[in-house]
Write a protein that binds this ligand. Structure first.
Ligand SMILES: Cc1ncc(COP(=O)(O)O)c(C=O)c1O
Length: 419
């Protein structure tokens, strides 16, 4: 085996196939794979990825994601190969940067980046022989896990904060046949319970982001973006943050490419939270002080309504290594940013818009310079959040495109169109 699980603080090593989510001392774990054992030069790595172009992204990048996973265990729904859109002029003007690209992870099979994690997590579950998988979710994790488990023929159990996720997200695990439990608590409450359940019932395999194998799959987002840019590193990646797993995955993937010599410098990373749930931002503002969990407030960016981010320590370590920053955006800033991106024809969710709102603030503050190149990670599709979108446009908001209800006749339509 090339891969082990390792404690992020004590560096204690555990066998990769052991079903474990934390070290003996309770610390977070990470997957460490000896990638030098492939004996490839940077040019050979690039050639290898190019040769795999026709394969699903997870298989193309498998050697740097889960090199020990046998191909026969992979359950893929053809996730990945998401678009890297150049920003329109309207977006460049509004967000304040001249070189902006948008990596739209909402264009995955279940409409979020979580598919990148679940192709890895569910495939790994098959590899170690698990036949029940489970997660707590703010909506997207459960949608992805349920779909991949259904595809693999594995039973899925999801815990959701009842009333705190969108209707579309709620429909996804139900439709895919998962046992769907809506609990009268918030996400952090669901997370605590699923950890207790999976610790007690070892036959249930936990697929939240504290499962380090799932996180390895999410590294593909940054790796694929860099591949699409012909390995030219932008000055910045910008990404929304909730439980802090995805920002950790993004950084880990990029760092490993750098260590292999595939890229020749590191970008900076900006994580953005909603002001309704900003414990990582609070830590950053206080000189990377320790985590002070909060009770997250209700927010349109409900997928990142998380007050006690499980991957906090990993995220801080990575953000420090990338000279990273953290920003927080208000509800108004988030929904205005969403409207600007949506108006270009690229439909995004409020969580993705949180990253965009943060970008605007960081550009305004001069932390991201106008001439810096920026890749923004859009994490889910706007189609999952139709209620938030319609409510925004029906009300007196800055970029509202107010729909009109009319009498069904020609004269009324002519009047409305000014004809
Ligand atoms: C759409 C969306 N964006 C961003 C995030 C944040 O990712 P993470 O929780 O890994 O920080 C999540 C999940 O929590 C999400 O569903």
């Amino acid at each position: 085996m090339r891969t082990v699980l390792r404690g992020i603080e004590s560096k204690t090593v555990y066998p990769a196939k052991e079903q474990r989510y934390r070290g003996e001392n309770g610390e977070l774990l990470e997957v460490v794979s000896d990638l030098t054992s492939f004996n490839r030069s940077p040019a050979a790595w690039k050639e290898h990825f190019d040769e795999q172009k026709e394969k699903p992204a997870f298989i193309r990048y498998k050697d740097v994601l889960l090199p020990d996973l046998p191909e026969k265990c992979i359950t893929s729904l053809s996730e990945g190969d998401t678009p890297l859109y150049p920003a329109t002029k309207a977006m460049r003007d509004y967000f304040g940067v001249e070189k902006l690209e948008l990596k739209h992870e909402g264009m995955n099979p279940t409409l979020s980046f979580k598919d990148r994690g679940m192709v890895a997590g569910v495939s790994w579950a098959r590899f170690i022989g698990a036949d029940v998988v489970a997660c707590a979710s703010t909506g997207d994790t459960s949608a992805a896990m349920a779909a991949y488990a259904a595809c693999a023929g594995i039973k899925a159990v999801v815990l959701l904060p009842e009333g705190n996720i969108s209707f579309e997200q709620y429909s996804q695990p139900i439709a895919a046949g998962a046992i769907t439990l809506g609990l009268d608590t918030d996400f952090d409450g669901c997370m605590e319970l699923i950890q207790k359940i999976t610790a007690k019932h070892r036959g249930i395999y936990l697929l939240n982001s504290m499962n380090s194998f799932r996180i390895e799959g999410q590294k593909a987002i940054g790796i694929e973006a860099l591949h699409q840019r012909n390995w030219q590193v932008p000055d910045w990646f910008i990404i929304p943050v909730g439980n802090a797993g995805n920002v950790s995955a993004l950084a880990k993937g990029i760092r490993e490419l750098y260590e292999l010599g595939i890229i020749n410098r590191l970008p900076r990373i900006a994580g953005v939270q909603t002001k309704a749930a900003s414990p990582l931002y609070n830590s950053y503002k206080n000189g990377w002080a320790g985590l002070v969990p909060i009770t997250a407030k209700k927010t349109k960016a409900s997928a990142i309504q998380i007050g006690n981010p499980v991957s906090f320590k990993k995220a801080v370590r990575e953000l420090k290594a990338f000279n990273g920053v953290v920003e927080a955006a208000s509800e108004e800033e988030i929904m205005d940013a969403k409207a600007v991106v949506d108006a270009s024809g690229i439909s995004i969710c409020p969580n993705s818009a949180t990253a965009m709102a943060g970008l605007r603030k960081l550009a305004k503050a001069g932390i991201i310079r106008k001439t810096d190149s920026v890749v923004a990670i859009l994490t889910a599709h706007g189609a999952k959040f139709s209620q938030a979108t319609v409510e925004y446009h029906r009300a007196a908001n800055r970029f509202a495109n107010k729909p009109k209800a009319l009498r069904a006749d020609v004269a009324a339509i002519e009047k409305a169109l000014g004809l």
